[in-house]
Design a protein around this ligand. Structure first.
Ligand code: UDP
Length: 454
C-alpha cells in the first residue's frame, strides 16, 4: 500500500466498543490506516481491554465506563450500550485536550473514528470541532434496519421507515427487510429505540461512514444508505483481508487443530463455530454433538467456554461421544478461525452468521450452514442463503436428525457442491476488488484522502 506524504499524516483517535466481534475489525481498520502513514491512539473502556503489547505501534488509553457502579450486565445488550455511552463521554472529553497539546504536527488529532455503537463519540467530536467517522462492523443493511423507527414520527424518523420499506429492489426484498420492520414495530423496547435513534443521529452528523463490506455484496443496501445519509460511505473491503492476521482474542487459539486438519481429505471437514457470544442450552449441545457424530463427516468444533451458559461445556459431552467419533472429530475451545477457513480440508462452515465469520467464510470460498441467533445474524443469513446462494439455513430447532441431514446436504450432495462452486466464484470476485483499481482498493485511497482533507 502506498504511504501518504509524511507531512500530512496525523493522529486518528479510535473509540472501541468492547466486544470481540467489534474490537477485532476496529483494530484491523486501525492497522490499515496506520499502514497509510497515520498515527493511531486507541481509546477503550476498561472492559475486555485489548493487550497493548500485541500492538506496539498504537498508543492505548483506557477509560472508565463505570460499569460496575452502573450495575448493568453485558448480557443486557441495550442497557449495557446505553451505560457505556453515558459513562464514557466524560472520560473521553477529558482525554482530548491532553492529546491535542502535542506540538508535533503529526501528533495533532485529525479525527475521531468510532464504532457506531459508541455514538457518544460523535458528540465529543462536535464539541471539539473535530470530524467524526462512524464505523459499522456489521453489514450495511443493518444501517437501514436501525433507521426503522416505529413510534417516532414527530422526530422525522418515519420518512426513513417509508423510504426503507418502499420501492425495494430484489436484493432488499430477499433480505425481508419489510418483515424486519414489521417485527420491529412489535418488539421495540425503550432502550432499543434509544440506541437506534442515537446511532442514526450520530450518522447524520458524522463526516464519513466506513462499513466493513464490499460494494458488490450489498449493492442496494449501500445505495439506500447513500440516499439517507449525506456523509460519504467508504467500503474498503473485508478489513481482515487487508492486514496480516493478528491475534487479539480474549481466548487462546488452539493451533493443534491445524495439524489435525492436515490429516483430513480436501473439502471434507465441516468447521463449526458460533462466535464469541451466542449460546445454546445443554440439550441443544447434545443434539449438536449427535448430529455431528451421525453425519459421519469429519468435523472441527469450537466448544468455547460459555457456549452453554455458565457451565463447563466440554464436561457435558457424553462419555461415549469421543469413542463414537474417534479421529473424525476435533474439538477445541477456540480456533485460529481465519487459518482454519483458509485450509484446503475445510469444505463447509456451520456458523451463527456473525458478520466477521460471514466475511471470513466467503473470503475463503467456504459455503455455510446457517444457524443465526440474534441481531444482524438474521440479516446475514438472508444474504448467504437468498442473495449470494452460498449456504443453507438450519431453520428449525437444533435436533440431531435435522442436523445430520443438513450437514449431508452441504457436504455431500450436489446442492452443496453447487454452493461451494458459487462460494469460490464469490471469493475470486472479492479478491479482484482488493487489487489495484478494484472498488475496495479505490475506496481505501479515497478514505485516506478524505481524512487528509479534514
Ligand atoms: N473466532 C475465532 N476463533 C473461534 C471462533 C471465532 O478466531 O474459535 C473469531 C472469528 O474469526 C471472528 C470472531 O471471532 O472474527 C467472531 O465474530 P463474529 O462477528 O462472527 O461473531 P460474534 O462473536 O460477534 O458473535
Amino acid at each position: 500500500m502506498e504511504k501518504q506524504g509524511e507531512q500530512k499524516a496525523s493522529r486518528l483517535v479510535f473509540v472501541l466498543y468492547p466486544f470481540p466481534g467489534h474490537i477485532n475489525p476496529m483494530l484491523q481498520l486501525a492497522k490499515i490506516l496506520h499502514s497509510k502513514g497515520f498515527s493511531i491512539t486507541i481509546v477503550h473502556p476498561e472492559f475486555n481491554s485489548p493487550n497493548p503489547s500485541d500492538h506496539l505501534e498504537f498508543t492505548f488509553i483506557p477509560i472508565s465506563g463505570n460499569l460496575v457502579e452502573s450495575k448493568v450486565s453485558p448480557g443486557d445488550f441495550f442497557d449495557f450500550i446505553s451505560a457505556l455511552n453515558k459513562n464514557c463521554e466524560g472520560p473521553l472529553i477529558e482525554c482530548i485536550p491532553r492529546m491535542s497539546k502535542a506540538e508535533d504536527h503529526r501528533d495533532q488529532i485529525s479525527c475521531i473514528i468510532y464504532d457506531g455503537f459508541m455514538y457518544f463519540a460523535q458528540s465529543v467530536a462536535d464539541q471539539f470541532k473535530l470530524p467524526g467517522i462512524s464505523v459499522r462492523t456489521s453489514p450495511a443493511v443493518t444501517i437501514l434496519a436501525f433507521a426503522v423507527f416505529p413510534r417516532l414520527h414527530e422526530q422525522g424518523y418515519m420518512s426513513f421507515l417509508e423510504s426503507v420499506s418502499q420501492d425495494q429492489g430484489p436484493e432488499l426484498q430477499l433480505l425481508r427487510l419489510k418483515e424486519a420492520a414489521a417485527l420491529t414495530r412489535e418488539t421495540t423496547t425503550y432502550a432499543m429505540l434509544e440506541l437506534r435513534a442515537a446511532l442514526t443521529d450520530s450518522m447524520k452528523r458524522c463526516s464519513a461512514i466506513i462499513v466493513n463490506t464490499v460494494d458488490f455484496l450489498e449493492k442496494e443496501a449501500l445505495a439506500k444508505v447513500q440516499e439517507l445519509f449525506s456523509a460519504p460511505t467508504f467500503t474498503i473491503g473485508p478489513f481482515h483481508k487487508l492486514v496480516p492476521t493478528f491475534s487479539s482474542s480474549l481466548l487462546k487459539e488452539d493451533t493443534d487443530c491445524i495439524s489435525w486438519l492436515k490429516r483430513q481429505a480436501s473439502k471434507s471437514v465441516i468447521y463449526v463455530s458460533f462466535g464469541s457470544m451466542a449460546s445454546v442450552d445443554e440439550k441443544e449441545l447434545l443434539e449438536m454433538a449427535w448430529g455431528l457424530a451421525n453425519s459421519e463427516q469429519p468435523f472441527l468444533w469450537v466448544v468455547r467456554p460459555g457456549l452453554v451458559r455458565s457451565l463447563n461445556c466440554l464436561a457435558l459431552l457424553p462419555n461415549n461421544f469421543q469413542e463414537r467419533v474417534g479421529e473424525r472429530g476435533c474439538i477445541v475451545e477456540w480456533a485460529p478461525q481465519k487459518e482454519v477457513l483458509a485450509h484446503d480440508a475445510v469444505g463447509g462452515f456451520w456458523s451463527h452468521c456473525g458478520w466477521n465469520s460471514t466475511l471470513e467464510s466467503i473470503s475463503e470460498g467456504v459455503p455455510m450452514l446457517c444457524k443465526p441467533f440474534f441481531g444482524d445474524q438474521n440479516l446475514s443469513v438472508r444474504y448467504i442463503c437468498d442473495v449470494w446462494n452460498v449456504g443453507l439455513e438450519l431453520e428449525s430447532e437444533l435436533e440431531r436428525g435435522k442436523i445430520e441431514k443438513a450437514i449431508k446436504r452441504l457436504m455431500e450432495e450436489t446442492e452443496g457442491e453447487e454452493m461451494r462452486k458459487r462460494a469460490i466464484l464469490l471469493k475470486e470476485k472479492l479478491k479482484l476488488t482488493l487489487r489495484e483499481g478494484g472498488s475496495c482498493y479505490n475506496s481505501l485511497n479515497d478514505l485516506a484522502e478524505k481524512i487528509l482533507s479534514f
